[in-house]
Design a binder for this molecule. Structure first.
Ligand code: MG
Length: 447
C-alpha cells in the first residue's frame, strides 16, 4: 500500500511535507531504480525552482544525468522523455492551489510510473536504500529546449492549411500556468486571431485558481462574449487539461469535448480503440458504437488510460475532466494537440462549437465532493460496498452503482483527502437524485 504517491505522483504543500530534503530523497530513490538520463521540468509555482534544484541534486547523487527543460507543460516533458530519455520528473501540483507542489514521475515512455515502481521507490525512500555514487561517478546537469519542437510536432498532426484559411478567433486563458509558453504561440502558428488572458507565468496564480472549473473561468467567458470569439480555451496549472468555452460563452464540460474529439477521431480513422475510465459519460460508449469504435474502461487516472492505450495500440483516450490523450504523440493528457484538434474540428465541420456540442448524445451529470481523511477511505469503501450489495455494482474503481436510469460512482480521490461522487442520467432530475443518493451513502459512514 502506497503512503506517498497518489493517482499521479506525490502532491503536498510546499515546505511543509514537500521540502527540498523530501524532494531530493524521492528523486534519489527514483534515480536508483531508473538510472540513465532523467529529464526534468516544472510549472511556474513559487516553490518549483527550489524543488527543481533539490530534485537535480538527488538525481545526480545516484549517478543520473539530468536534462532541465525549464518551465513547460507536463505533456511537453512527456514528449521529450518518450523520444530521448530514460525517465522524467515533472515538478507540478497540476490543478491544485498555489501553496501545493508535487512530483510527477515518468517512465521511459513518458507515462506516469506504475504502482509497482512507486512501491519500490517508497521502500527505497523509507529505508534509505538510495544508491549514492562515488565522487568520480557523479554526472552532469544541463539545460535543453523542447518547446519549439513540441509545437511543430502538433502542427504536423493537424490541417494547418485549413486552419490558416479559417483564421479562427480564439481567447486563451493559461491561468498563469505552464501553457503560457505553448498554447498562445501554437495558436498564432495555426493562423488564429489570438487574445490572451493570464498568459504571464506567475506562481501566485493571480488571475484565477489553476483548476479550470466554470466558476474559475468567468473572466474567460466574459472575454469570449465581448470579443465575439469562436472559442475560449483554458488549461490547468501544468497544462495537461483543456477546457473549452463555446462562442456563446457557455462552459463546455470535459466529457463533451472528449466526446466531440472522439467522434472526429473515429470518423477520420474509420474506427479504432477508445480508452476511458469508469467515471466517464455513457456518451463515449454510444459514440464508439455508432462510429465503428471499440471501448475499454479503466480505473480513474490518466496514466492508467495512457498505459492501456499503449498496451492495446488504441486510437484515442481521455477522461471526463478535459484530459485528452493522443497516444501516437504523447502517452498522457495533452493540452497542445487537444487544442489544435478541437480547432481543426471547428474549421473542418464549419459549424459553431455550440452546435457541434448540441449534436452529441445528451446525458446529464452531477459532480460532488466531500472531505474525508485518507486513512478512512478504504474502510468507507468496504462499508459502502456492503450497503449496495443488492445493486448492479462495478468495482473497477471505488463503487459504481448502475441502474436502468443512470449511474453514480463514489470513489476516493487519489490526490486529495476527499471523496468524489459523480452521477449521470438521461434527465437532470435523475442525475441529481442519483448524486444525492451517492452523497447519502458516503455521509452515513462519515458520521
Ligand atoms: Mg494537470
Amino acid at each position: 500500500m502506497k503512503q506517498l504517491f497518489g493517482t499521479f505522483g506525490v502532491r503536498r504543500i510546499a515546505n511543509q511535507v514537500l521540502t527540498p530534503e523530501f524532494a531530493s530523497k524521492i528523486a534519489a530513490a527514483f534515480g536508483t531504480t531508473t538510472k540513465g538520463t532523467i529529464a526534468i521540468g516544472s510549472d511556474p509555482r513559487t516553490s518549483s525552482e527550489m524543488i527543481k534544484h533539490a530534485v537535480t541534486a538527488g538525481l545526480l547523487s545516484v549517478g543520473c544525468d539530468v536534462v532541465d527543460y525549464g518551465m513547460l507543460p507536463t505533456p511537453a516533458l512527456q514528449y521529450a522523455v518518450r523520444k530521448n530519455h530514460d525517465g522524467g520528473i515533472m515538478i507540478t501540483a497540476s490543478h491544485n492551489p498555489p501553496q501545493y507542489n508535487g512530483l510527477k514521475l515518468l517512465d521511459k515512455d513518458g507515462i506516469g510510473t506504475p504502482d509497482e515502481l512507486e512501491e519500490e521507490i517508497e521502500d527505497i525512500y523509507f529505508n534509505d536504500k538510495q544508491k549514492r555514487v562515488s565522487w568520480d561517478n557523479i554526472k552532469k546537469a544541463y539545460k535543453q529546449e523542447i518547446i519549439d519542437e513540441y509545437i511543430q510536432e502538433i502542427i504536423k498532426r493537424v490541417d494547418s492549411e485549413k486552419l490558416h484559411e479559417k483564421k479562427l478567433k480564439v481567447v486563451v486563458d493559461s491561468g498563469s500556468g505552464a501553457a503560457c509558453s505553448t498554447t498562445p504561440y501554437l495558436l498564432k502558428k495555426l493562423g488564429c486571431e489570438v487574445t490572451t488572458l493570464n498568459c504571464q507565468p506567475d506562481g501566485f496564480f493571480p488571475g484565477r485558481n489553476p483548476e479550470p472549473t466554470e466558476p474559475n473561468l468567468q473572466d474567460l467567458i466574459n472575454v469570449v462574449k465581448a470579443t465575439g470569439a469562436d472559442i475560449g480555451i483554458a488549461h490547468d496549472g501544468d497544462a495537461d487539461r483543456t477546457i473549452c468555452i463555446d462562442e456563446k460563452g457557455q462552459f463546455v464540460y470535459g466529457d463533451k469535448s472528449f466526446a466531440l474529439v472522439e467522434k472526429y477521431m473515429l470518423e477520420k480513422n474509420n474506427g479504432g480503440i477508445i480508452v476511458t475510465t469508469v467515471a466517464t459519460s455513457e456518451a463515449i460508449a454510444q459514440i464508439a458504437k455508432e462510429n465503428n469504435g471499440e471501448i475499454i474502461l479503466t480505473k480513474v487516472g490518466d496514466l492508467v488510460v495512457a498505459r492501456k492505450l499503449k498496451e492495446v495500440n488504441g486510437l484515442f483516450g481521455g477522461e471526463e475532466n478535459g484530459g485528452l490523450i493522443f497516444p501516437d504523440f504523447v502517452y498522457g493528457r495533452d493540452s497542445g494537440l487537444a487544442t489544435a484538434m478541437i480547432l481543426e474540428i471547428l474549421a473542418t465541420k464549419n459549424k459553431p462549437l455550440s452546435q457541434l456540442i448540441d449534436e452529441l448524445p445528451t446525458y446529464y451529470s452531477q459532480k460532488r465532493k466531500i472531505e474525508c481523511s485518507d486513512n478512512l477511505k478504504n474502510e468507507m469503501i468496504t462499508k459502502i460496498l456492503d450497503d449496495t450489495k443488492e445493486y448492479n455494482v462495478d468495482k473497477t474503481d471505488g463503487v459504481k452503482i448502475i441502474t436502468d436510469e443512470g449511474w453514480v460512482i463514489i470513489r476516493p480521490s487519489g490526490t486529495e483527502p476527499i471523496f468524489r461522487c459523480f452521477s449521470e442520467a438521461k434527465t437532470q432530475k435523475k442525475a441529481e437524485e442519483l448524486a444525492d443518493w451517492g452523497m447519502e451513502l458516503i455521509n452515513k459512514h462519515l458520521k
